[in-house]
Design a protein around this ligand. Structure first.
Ligand code: DGJ
Length: 561
């Protein structure tokens, strides 16, 4: 956790900031603002969840990510803000481009950054900055031209055949230091410009890191590192965590006899999987250095995002060594300044990928990977968001290229986020407590059984209900979340679910529907609308959340024999 007292030992500039913050704290004290509101955005544990805290309160990011180029022109952005407000977003995920903030070596220009922050404030939107630094989707396309054109000073990765790539090598301190200097200048500027308002709440370091088209870099310094001993820090991590290592890493180490001394091939064998572990370590060390440099200036929560693996692809075909689930331990060992690893989910098996990233620690206090989903294909159902907020306690959800969705006042993101915004206080107070469950239904999974408290919810895809309106073909993705608010009372939100109930106890009791109300949350308070005890619940046989839009119903259950 990064709180104000961590500024103590930092540079003079940071001390000045501390003074500024403290003096504003005194001002705030006079205006009766409660203590703690001046903490910078940070992560805090609640039960099994990790939450983002902004100005002293948990914050759930109903986000969207802009297209890659959108934030390079403030006029272009002008047209985007009203759209995202209409879609009920509270957070925008936006790139900051190295080449544009440091067009000349050592000369920084933050006009774009300031413009984005100012506009976000005017629209009451928080920001997650994406640091498009050394790597963007494996490549180094956002490195400044003065770097790209000086390959002697800023060496490139090389393929196995010796060919130079459009990728800066991770095995150069000059590359790393140049990136770290720019990133720390950015974070210093964000702290100075935004430390009080706290519009920027989180930062992604680099973007979809990973080696292609070979599983590892073959430049001279990479070869040298590959033939050197595996660093002691990594070996120590392996030894200390042997009984709870990711199975992939464990097996690779085991196959080679759990050696504790040797080079990368000696410890992990000769394969592209071993090459990948080597890359993961070195990418993570580099990124950690950059993140640490930024955190010295302004320690916002920082994460890295991963391009996931297409079925059947091998390291090098997919970006090798990125922050992927099977490499989580490598990243954890090498990059302690990174708060979590995050998946960019463009595949339909959303639930499967997301569960791989939800890795609570084995021991209390060691929560490792509670996360934010910075990118999801914008054609995916927003049911995914409901599912992941409730089932995996995620901090935020963010469809990619959000501005390109048509009809912002009335598309599925706007409908889905409208209801999620109403539910936000309830979701936040229930995360990590075992009182919520996510539901995801489609053709492959048409029923889901969920136990909450003393009841079992049998959730059917709406298409299984003979009277439901349906389209021909595959079942669309339906589902949502169930939240228990008292032993017999539950909110059900989402779309396209028909739910029947059983009691969880083995005492022969039957679950009955006391009442069902549809309704809305207004300023965090439940305002019931129609009572649904007749045709709408098939005269008390089930709860039916229609598939045509997102909505909320509250149910009261009871038991009889
Ligand atoms: C994932 C990347 O992280 C984004 O920047 C963008 O390139 C998308 N892919 C495009 O689908």
């Amino acid at each position: 956790m990064f709180q104000l007292n961590q500024y103590k030992s930092k540079s003079g500039a940071v001390r000045i900031f501390l003074l500024l913050v403290l003096s504003s704290f005194c001002l705030n004290a006079q205006t009766k603002v409660s203590p703690g509101e001046n903490d910078i955005p940070h992560l805090k544990r609640q039960g099994t969840a990790m939450q983002l805290i902004v100005k002293g309160k948990p914050f759930l990011m109903l986000a969207g990510e802009t297209g890659n180029s959108s934030a390079s022109d403030l006029n272009y952005m002008d047209a985007i803000w009203p759209k995202i407000v209409k879609m009920h977003l509270n957070t925008l995920v936006v790139p900051v481009y190295w080449e544009l903030i440091e067009p000349k070596e050592g000369e920084f220009n933050f006009t774009l950054v300031d413009g984005i922050i100012t506009a976000a404030r005017q629209n009451n939107i928080k920001l997650v900055f994406l640091w498009f630094g050394t790597w963007k989707n494996s490549m180094s396309c956002y490195a400044p031209l003065w770097i790209k054109t000086d390959e002697k000073r800023f060496p490139r990765a090389r393929e196995r055949n010796g060919r130079a790539e459009e990728i800066l090598t991770a095995f150069s301190k000059t590359n790393r230091n140049a990136d770290a200097r720019a990133f720390s200048a950015l974070m210093k500027h964000v702290r100075e410009f935004d430390g009080q308002d706290q519009t920027v709440v989180m930062v992604q370091v680099e973007n979809e890191i990973g080696m292609i088209p070979d599983a590892r870099d073959y430049c001279k310094s990479a070869d040298e590192a590959f033939n050197n001993a595996v660093p002691e820090e990594f070996i120590n991590y392996l030894k200390e965590n042997k009984d709870r290592l990711n199975p992939h890493l464990y097996d690779m180490w085991k196959t080679n006899g759990f050696k504790t001394k040797g080079n990368w091939e000696e410890i992990f064998g000769k394969s592209i999987a071993a090459d990948e572990i080597f890359m993961a370590w070195n990418f993570a060390r580099y990124t950690n250095y950059v993140a640490e440099a930024g955190k010295k200036e302004y320690p916002l929560p920082m994460y890295v995002n991963a391009a996931l693996i297409r079925p059947g692809y091998k390291p090098g075909q997919y970006p090798s060594g990125g922050p992927l689930p099977h490499l989580m331990d490598v990243w954890k060992a090498a990059a302690p300044a990174i708060n979590f690893l995050a998946p960019d989910v463009y595949f339909q098996n959303f639930a499967e990928w997301v569960s791989k990233y939800d890795v609570p620690a084995g021991k209390p206090g060691q929560m490792f990977n509670q996360f934010f989903i910075p990118e999801v294909g914008n054609n995916q159902s927003v049911v995914n968001a409901y599912y992941a907020f409730a089932q995996h306690n995620i901090m935020g959800y963010s469809p990619f290229s959000i501005e390109s969705l048509p009809d912002p006042a009335d598309n599925q993101v706007s409908k889905g986020y409208d209801v999620l915004a109403q539910l936000t206080p309830l979701i936040l107070s229930n995360q990590g407590k075992g009182t919520m469950a996510g539901v995801m239904l489609d053709s492959a999974s048409q029923t889901s059984k969920i136990k909450l408290g003393d009841y079992v919810f049998i959730v059917h895809h709406e298409y299984s209900w003979p009277y439901a309106p349906k389209a021909e073909g595959v079942n669309p993705r339906y589902g949502g979340m169930i939240i228990m608010v008292s032993p017999d009372e539950f909110f059900v939100a989402g779309r396209g679910m028909v739910i029947t109930f059983e009691t969880a106890s083995n005492d022969g009791s039957v679950a009955g529907i006391g009442s069902i109300d549809e309704g809305k949350f207004v300023d965090g308070k439940w305002v019931p609308g129609l009572r649904m005890n007749g045709d709408q619940s098939h005269q008390g046989r089930h709860l039916d959340l229609p598939g045509n839009t997102f909505s909320i119903q509250k149910i009261r259950l009871y038991r009889y024999k």
